[in-house]
Design a binder for this molecule. Sequence first.
Ligand code: ADE
Ligand code: ZN
Length: 329
Amino acid sequence: MPLPKAELHLHIEGTLEPELAFALAERNGVTLPYATTEELREAYRFSDLQSFLDLYYALMAVLRTPEDFTALADAYLERAAAQGVRHAEIFFDPQAHTARGVSMGTVVEGLAAALDRAEERYGISTRLIMCFLRDESAASALATLEAAKPYLDRITGVGLDSAEVGHPPAKFREVYEEAARLGLRRVAHAGEEGPAEYVREALDVLGVERIDHGLRCMEDPELVERLARERVPLTLCPLSNVRLRVIDELGRHPLREMLDAGLLVTVNSDDPAYFGGYVGDNYAAVREALSLSQEQVRVLARHSFEAAFLDDDEPRRARYLAEVETYTF
Ligand code: ADE
Ligand code: ZN
């Protein structure tokens, strides 16, 4: 049995495996610029975040109907369950769909149909987090939040993703203020390719409760001390960092130093169809590359539930944490 864990940094569009992409392309009459799944996989050689994002957005063309989003989420949940995921907080990128004429309702209702049966089918509790694309305007983010208002009973929080450098968190101050007024939880990608200063800004200007990635905080000892003191969770994605060349190789990932610094780090998969592994694969890879002890791996799983948005269901959090404590490797 795999170690029980929560996954807190997972873009549902990043779980689109080549086989499903081709099946949906056929069903929807969409032509992909690749002849075979092998040819498509060949394109998964990225030089940085932008080179990945170009392919990630292009492939979304196959997602058109609510059933497509349901199939996408079902496929993820099944794989996640097999790797010990007991709770998943799932990002989606509404602007990448509404810009192509696919409505907010199609996306949210399609995903929700899979999430509604996730507990029964896969033993996974779920939350949905809607992300704003930071390389789009603040006005577009505000319009997106407005479009989401009929679906807020399904949406736990907001996040910020896409091309980071040149798009500082402060650009989205207003939309995060509105999200807070609506009672939404707030997270943001920061310090992946962007500087440590973006991590500080996400905390101070956007009021986020968790930082997605946050790796580059390690360049700023004062910030590290603050993140540790305030117990701010960081959702690390080690295999993603290697594939997007944020780090040279997994053996040089700072995760161990981050644990030693008392940071509340978690391990996640980001876009597993593109980066060579789901969340259990990320755990196994860092354990091996960084020679982590069983107890350190247990700490990572404990952190994942501590950092989860389960405040409305503390008995569930306690159950999950008890599973982690009694797990035998
Ligand atoms: N969108 C999907 N994956 C992402 C990542 N790793 N960073 C920023 N935006 C993303
Ligand atoms: Zn991400």
